[in-house]
Design a protein around this ligand. Structure first.
Ligand code: AHR
Length: 320
Protein backbone atom coordinates (compact mmCIF):
# COMPACT_ATOMS: atom_id res chain seq x y z
CA UNK A 1 0.00 0.00 0.00
CA UNK A 2 2.70 2.35 1.12
CA UNK A 3 4.67 1.75 -2.11
CA UNK A 4 1.71 2.46 -4.43
CA UNK A 5 0.36 5.63 -2.73
CA UNK A 6 2.90 8.11 -4.26
CA UNK A 7 2.38 6.54 -7.71
CA UNK A 8 -1.37 6.93 -7.47
CA UNK A 9 -0.89 10.50 -6.35
CA UNK A 10 1.35 11.17 -9.34
CA UNK A 11 -1.12 9.56 -11.74
CA UNK A 12 -4.01 11.61 -10.30
CA UNK A 13 -1.96 14.80 -10.69
CA UNK A 14 -1.12 13.97 -14.31
CA UNK A 15 -4.75 13.18 -15.13
CA UNK A 16 -5.92 16.40 -13.50
CA UNK A 17 -3.35 18.55 -15.32
CA UNK A 18 -4.29 16.93 -18.63
CA UNK A 19 -7.91 17.81 -17.94
CA UNK A 20 -7.03 21.42 -17.13
CA UNK A 21 -4.58 21.93 -20.02
CA UNK A 22 -6.54 20.17 -22.78
CA UNK A 23 -9.04 23.00 -23.44
CA UNK A 24 -6.22 25.58 -23.34
CA UNK A 25 -4.18 23.62 -25.88
CA UNK A 26 -7.14 23.20 -28.20
CA UNK A 27 -7.98 26.93 -27.89
CA UNK A 28 -4.43 27.73 -28.93
CA UNK A 29 -4.64 25.52 -32.03
CA UNK A 30 -8.29 26.22 -32.92
CA UNK A 31 -8.38 28.19 -36.21
CA UNK A 32 -9.66 31.74 -36.04
CA UNK A 33 -13.20 31.96 -37.38
CA UNK A 34 -13.61 35.23 -39.29
CA UNK A 35 -16.66 36.56 -41.10
CA UNK A 36 -15.87 38.90 -44.00
CA UNK A 37 -18.66 40.98 -45.58
CA UNK A 38 -17.33 42.05 -48.99
CA UNK A 39 -19.03 44.76 -51.11
CA UNK A 40 -19.31 42.65 -54.27
CA UNK A 41 -17.22 42.26 -57.41
CA UNK A 42 -17.67 45.66 -59.03
CA UNK A 43 -14.09 46.26 -60.20
CA UNK A 44 -10.63 44.80 -60.82
CA UNK A 45 -9.59 46.45 -57.54
CA UNK A 46 -12.30 44.49 -55.72
CA UNK A 47 -11.23 41.22 -57.35
CA UNK A 48 -7.66 41.82 -56.13
CA UNK A 49 -8.96 42.67 -52.66
CA UNK A 50 -11.05 39.48 -52.42
CA UNK A 51 -8.11 37.41 -53.65
CA UNK A 52 -5.83 38.95 -51.01
CA UNK A 53 -8.36 38.22 -48.24
CA UNK A 54 -8.98 34.64 -49.37
CA UNK A 55 -5.38 33.62 -50.10
CA UNK A 56 -4.03 35.13 -46.87
CA UNK A 57 -6.77 33.37 -44.86
CA UNK A 58 -5.81 30.05 -46.48
CA UNK A 59 -2.12 30.69 -45.74
CA UNK A 60 -2.85 31.34 -42.06
CA UNK A 61 -5.32 28.48 -41.64
CA UNK A 62 -8.17 30.91 -40.91
CA UNK A 63 -11.71 29.56 -41.14
CA UNK A 64 -13.06 32.35 -43.39
CA UNK A 65 -16.78 32.88 -43.86
CA UNK A 66 -16.94 35.01 -47.01
CA UNK A 67 -20.11 36.89 -47.96
CA UNK A 68 -20.41 38.69 -51.31
CA UNK A 69 -22.76 41.67 -50.83
CA UNK A 70 -23.39 41.90 -54.61
CA UNK A 71 -23.45 45.68 -54.33
CA UNK A 72 -26.49 45.68 -52.02
CA UNK A 73 -26.11 47.21 -48.53
CA UNK A 74 -28.98 45.06 -47.19
CA UNK A 75 -27.07 41.89 -48.17
CA UNK A 76 -24.08 43.08 -46.16
CA UNK A 77 -26.19 43.79 -43.06
CA UNK A 78 -27.75 40.33 -43.36
CA UNK A 79 -24.30 38.74 -43.69
CA UNK A 80 -23.01 40.48 -40.57
CA UNK A 81 -26.10 39.37 -38.64
CA UNK A 82 -25.46 35.79 -39.70
CA UNK A 83 -21.79 36.04 -38.61
CA UNK A 84 -23.03 37.10 -35.17
CA UNK A 85 -25.40 34.12 -35.10
CA UNK A 86 -22.55 31.79 -36.10
CA UNK A 87 -20.41 33.13 -33.23
CA UNK A 88 -17.35 34.03 -35.33
CA UNK A 89 -14.27 35.37 -33.48
CA UNK A 90 -13.96 38.58 -35.51
CA UNK A 91 -16.04 40.32 -38.20
CA UNK A 92 -14.46 42.28 -41.07
CA UNK A 93 -16.61 44.63 -43.13
CA UNK A 94 -15.77 46.40 -46.41
CA UNK A 95 -18.84 48.66 -46.33
CA UNK A 96 -20.62 49.57 -49.55
CA UNK A 97 -22.16 52.64 -47.94
CA UNK A 98 -21.20 54.76 -44.95
CA UNK A 99 -24.63 54.71 -43.27
CA UNK A 100 -27.04 52.13 -41.85
CA UNK A 101 -24.56 50.19 -39.72
CA UNK A 102 -25.47 51.08 -36.12
CA UNK A 103 -28.16 48.45 -35.34
CA UNK A 104 -26.16 45.44 -36.56
CA UNK A 105 -22.94 46.73 -35.01
CA UNK A 106 -24.77 46.98 -31.67
CA UNK A 107 -25.74 43.32 -32.07
CA UNK A 108 -22.08 42.38 -32.70
CA UNK A 109 -21.02 44.43 -29.68
CA UNK A 110 -23.63 42.75 -27.45
CA UNK A 111 -22.29 39.36 -28.62
CA UNK A 112 -18.73 40.60 -27.79
CA UNK A 113 -17.51 40.08 -31.37
CA UNK A 114 -14.95 42.71 -32.41
CA UNK A 115 -15.49 44.37 -35.78
CA UNK A 116 -12.83 45.62 -38.19
CA UNK A 117 -13.95 48.18 -40.78
CA UNK A 118 -11.76 47.71 -43.84
CA UNK A 119 -11.23 49.69 -47.07
CA UNK A 120 -14.14 52.19 -46.80
CA UNK A 121 -15.15 54.10 -43.67
CA UNK A 122 -18.58 54.29 -41.98
CA UNK A 123 -20.52 57.01 -40.15
CA UNK A 124 -21.61 56.00 -36.66
CA UNK A 125 -22.54 58.13 -33.65
CA UNK A 126 -20.74 55.71 -31.31
CA UNK A 127 -17.14 55.02 -32.39
CA UNK A 128 -16.87 52.12 -29.92
CA UNK A 129 -19.14 50.08 -32.23
CA UNK A 130 -16.08 48.96 -34.18
CA UNK A 131 -12.59 48.11 -32.98
CA UNK A 132 -10.48 49.62 -35.74
CA UNK A 133 -10.30 50.88 -39.34
CA UNK A 134 -7.76 49.74 -41.92
CA UNK A 135 -8.09 51.41 -45.30
CA UNK A 136 -6.99 53.96 -47.84
CA UNK A 137 -6.92 57.74 -47.57
CA UNK A 138 -9.49 58.51 -50.26
CA UNK A 139 -9.28 62.26 -49.63
CA UNK A 140 -5.53 62.17 -50.22
CA UNK A 141 -6.14 60.25 -53.47
CA UNK A 142 -8.60 62.93 -54.68
CA UNK A 143 -6.12 65.66 -53.71
CA UNK A 144 -3.26 63.94 -55.57
CA UNK A 145 -5.40 63.67 -58.72
CA UNK A 146 -6.34 67.38 -58.48
CA UNK A 147 -2.75 68.53 -57.93
CA UNK A 148 -1.45 66.46 -60.84
CA UNK A 149 -4.15 67.86 -63.11
CA UNK A 150 -3.59 71.46 -62.07
CA UNK A 151 0.13 71.08 -62.77
CA UNK A 152 -0.30 69.40 -66.16
CA UNK A 153 -3.03 71.68 -67.52
CA UNK A 154 -1.71 75.01 -66.19
CA UNK A 155 -4.91 75.18 -64.18
CA UNK A 156 -7.24 75.17 -67.19
CA UNK A 157 -9.86 72.73 -68.48
CA UNK A 158 -13.45 71.50 -68.45
CA UNK A 159 -13.79 68.29 -66.46
CA UNK A 160 -16.33 65.48 -66.69
CA UNK A 161 -16.40 63.46 -63.48
CA UNK A 162 -17.30 59.76 -63.23
CA UNK A 163 -18.19 59.12 -59.61
CA UNK A 164 -17.99 55.84 -57.74
CA UNK A 165 -20.83 54.27 -55.78
CA UNK A 166 -23.16 56.90 -54.35
CA UNK A 167 -23.11 56.84 -50.54
CA UNK A 168 -19.67 55.17 -50.35
CA UNK A 169 -16.82 56.93 -48.54
CA UNK A 170 -14.56 56.17 -51.53
CA UNK A 171 -16.74 58.22 -53.91
CA UNK A 172 -17.66 60.91 -51.37
CA UNK A 173 -14.11 61.68 -50.29
CA UNK A 174 -12.58 61.43 -53.77
CA UNK A 175 -15.17 63.90 -55.02
CA UNK A 176 -14.88 66.34 -52.13
CA UNK A 177 -11.08 66.42 -51.93
CA UNK A 178 -10.73 66.74 -55.72
CA UNK A 179 -13.18 69.67 -55.75
CA UNK A 180 -11.21 71.35 -52.95
CA UNK A 181 -7.96 70.72 -54.81
CA UNK A 182 -9.07 72.39 -58.04
CA UNK A 183 -10.93 75.22 -56.26
CA UNK A 184 -7.72 77.31 -56.35
CA UNK A 185 -7.85 77.26 -60.17
CA UNK A 186 -10.90 79.18 -61.42
CA UNK A 187 -10.37 77.96 -65.00
CA UNK A 188 -10.29 74.29 -63.99
CA UNK A 189 -13.92 73.29 -63.53
CA UNK A 190 -16.10 70.18 -63.18
CA UNK A 191 -18.84 70.79 -65.76
CA UNK A 192 -20.74 67.52 -65.18
CA UNK A 193 -20.61 64.67 -62.67
CA UNK A 194 -22.48 61.34 -62.68
CA UNK A 195 -22.13 58.03 -60.90
CA UNK A 196 -20.79 55.02 -62.84
CA UNK A 197 -20.95 52.88 -59.65
CA UNK A 198 -17.25 51.94 -59.97
CA UNK A 199 -18.15 49.66 -62.93
CA UNK A 200 -16.63 49.45 -66.39
CA UNK A 201 -19.86 49.00 -68.35
CA UNK A 202 -21.64 51.79 -66.49
CA UNK A 203 -18.57 54.02 -66.88
CA UNK A 204 -18.83 53.49 -70.63
CA UNK A 205 -22.57 54.23 -70.66
CA UNK A 206 -22.21 57.42 -68.61
CA UNK A 207 -19.40 58.57 -70.90
CA UNK A 208 -21.59 57.92 -73.97
CA UNK A 209 -24.30 60.08 -72.38
CA UNK A 210 -21.72 62.79 -71.57
CA UNK A 211 -20.54 62.77 -75.20
CA UNK A 212 -24.11 63.14 -76.44
CA UNK A 213 -24.80 65.99 -74.03
CA UNK A 214 -21.52 67.91 -74.23
CA UNK A 215 -20.25 67.05 -77.72
CA UNK A 216 -16.59 68.10 -77.90
CA UNK A 217 -17.02 70.78 -75.21
CA UNK A 218 -14.85 69.21 -72.55
CA UNK A 219 -11.15 68.51 -72.05
CA UNK A 220 -10.68 66.13 -69.14
CA UNK A 221 -12.26 63.01 -67.60
CA UNK A 222 -11.73 62.45 -63.87
CA UNK A 223 -12.82 58.89 -63.00
CA UNK A 224 -13.00 57.68 -59.39
CA UNK A 225 -11.53 54.33 -60.49
CA UNK A 226 -9.67 52.69 -63.38
CA UNK A 227 -12.59 50.48 -64.41
CA UNK A 228 -14.79 53.48 -65.14
CA UNK A 229 -11.86 55.21 -66.89
CA UNK A 230 -11.36 52.11 -69.08
CA UNK A 231 -15.09 52.04 -69.89
CA UNK A 232 -14.97 55.77 -70.73
CA UNK A 233 -11.96 55.15 -73.02
CA UNK A 234 -14.08 52.73 -75.08
CA UNK A 235 -16.79 55.39 -75.49
CA UNK A 236 -14.25 58.11 -76.31
CA UNK A 237 -12.57 55.95 -78.96
CA UNK A 238 -15.96 55.00 -80.45
CA UNK A 239 -16.64 58.74 -80.78
CA UNK A 240 -13.47 59.09 -82.89
CA UNK A 241 -11.41 60.81 -80.19
CA UNK A 242 -8.00 59.85 -78.82
CA UNK A 243 -8.03 59.19 -75.06
CA UNK A 244 -4.92 60.60 -73.38
CA UNK A 245 -4.42 63.12 -76.22
CA UNK A 246 -7.71 64.73 -77.32
CA UNK A 247 -9.10 64.06 -73.84
CA UNK A 248 -6.94 64.00 -70.73
CA UNK A 249 -7.83 61.12 -68.41
CA UNK A 250 -7.08 61.01 -64.70
CA UNK A 251 -8.15 58.11 -62.56
CA UNK A 252 -7.63 56.20 -59.30
CA UNK A 253 -6.65 52.62 -58.30
CA UNK A 254 -3.57 51.87 -60.44
CA UNK A 255 -4.69 48.30 -61.09
CA UNK A 256 -2.57 46.51 -63.70
CA UNK A 257 -4.87 47.42 -66.62
CA UNK A 258 -4.92 51.03 -65.49
CA UNK A 259 -1.13 51.25 -65.37
CA UNK A 260 -0.96 49.49 -68.76
CA UNK A 261 -3.28 52.18 -70.15
CA UNK A 262 -0.88 54.82 -68.80
CA UNK A 263 2.02 53.09 -70.60
CA UNK A 264 -0.14 52.98 -73.78
CA UNK A 265 -0.77 56.75 -73.38
CA UNK A 266 -4.56 56.37 -72.94
CA UNK A 267 -4.74 57.26 -69.23
CA UNK A 268 -2.58 60.25 -68.29
CA UNK A 269 -2.34 59.53 -64.59
CA UNK A 270 -3.69 57.01 -62.10
CA UNK A 271 -3.41 57.38 -58.32
CA UNK A 272 -2.76 54.13 -56.49
CA UNK A 273 -5.22 52.61 -54.03
CA UNK A 274 -3.69 49.42 -52.67
CA UNK A 275 -6.26 46.58 -52.30
CA UNK A 276 -3.95 43.99 -50.69
CA UNK A 277 -5.39 44.18 -47.17
CA UNK A 278 -5.23 40.46 -46.27
CA UNK A 279 -2.05 40.47 -44.10
CA UNK A 280 -2.90 43.72 -42.25
CA UNK A 281 -6.53 42.75 -41.67
CA UNK A 282 -5.68 39.34 -40.22
CA UNK A 283 -2.85 40.69 -38.05
CA UNK A 284 -5.43 43.03 -36.56
CA UNK A 285 -8.01 40.24 -36.23
CA UNK A 286 -5.52 38.00 -34.38
CA UNK A 287 -4.82 40.81 -31.90
CA UNK A 288 -8.49 41.47 -31.30
CA UNK A 289 -9.24 37.76 -30.87
CA UNK A 290 -6.49 37.65 -28.23
CA UNK A 291 -8.15 40.58 -26.42
CA UNK A 292 -5.50 43.13 -27.44
CA UNK A 293 -6.23 46.53 -28.98
CA UNK A 294 -5.19 47.47 -32.51
CA UNK A 295 -3.10 50.63 -32.42
CA UNK A 296 -3.35 53.10 -33.98
CA UNK A 297 -7.08 52.52 -34.17
CA UNK A 298 -7.27 54.03 -37.67
CA UNK A 299 -4.62 52.97 -40.16
CA UNK A 300 -4.28 54.37 -43.69
CA UNK A 301 -2.20 53.07 -46.62
CA UNK A 302 0.31 55.36 -48.26
CA UNK A 303 -0.33 55.42 -52.00
CA UNK A 304 1.71 56.44 -55.07
CA UNK A 305 0.83 58.03 -58.41
CA UNK A 306 1.66 56.69 -61.86
CA UNK A 307 2.00 58.74 -65.04
CA UNK A 308 4.18 58.68 -68.16
CA UNK A 309 7.30 59.27 -66.04
CA UNK A 310 7.14 56.07 -63.95
CA UNK A 311 4.38 53.71 -65.19
CA UNK A 312 6.55 51.56 -67.50
CA UNK A 313 9.11 50.91 -64.77
CA UNK A 314 6.38 50.05 -62.25
CA UNK A 315 4.49 47.61 -64.46
CA UNK A 316 6.70 44.50 -64.10
CA UNK A 317 6.50 44.66 -60.29
CA UNK A 318 2.76 45.44 -59.96
CA UNK A 319 1.13 42.81 -57.77
CA UNK A 320 -2.46 43.45 -58.90
O1 AHR B 1 -13.27 51.25 -51.97
C1 AHR B 1 -12.28 51.17 -52.93
C2 AHR B 1 -12.88 51.33 -54.28
O2 AHR B 1 -13.87 50.34 -54.51
C3 AHR B 1 -11.94 51.17 -55.44
O3 AHR B 1 -11.28 52.33 -55.78
C4 AHR B 1 -12.89 50.78 -56.51
O4 AHR B 1 -12.28 50.31 -57.68
C5 AHR B 1 -13.64 49.77 -55.77
O5 AHR B 1 -14.67 49.19 -56.37
Amino acid sequence: MKIYAPRMFLRTCLALSALILAPLASAATKPLKIGFAQTGAESAWRTANTESMKSEAAKRGIDLKFADGQGKPENQIRAVRSFVAQGVDVIIIAPIETTGWEPVLREAKAAKIPVIVMDRSIDVSDESLYACFIGSDFAEEGRMAADWLAKHTNGKGRILELQGTTGSSAAGERKRAFAEGIAKYPDLKVIDSQSGNFGRELGKQVMEAFLKKHGRNFDIVYAHNDDMALGAIQAIEAAGLKPGKDVMIVSIDAVREGVEAVVAGKINCTVECNPLFGPKAYDAAAKLAAGQPVLPRKQFNKDELFDATNAAAALPIRKY
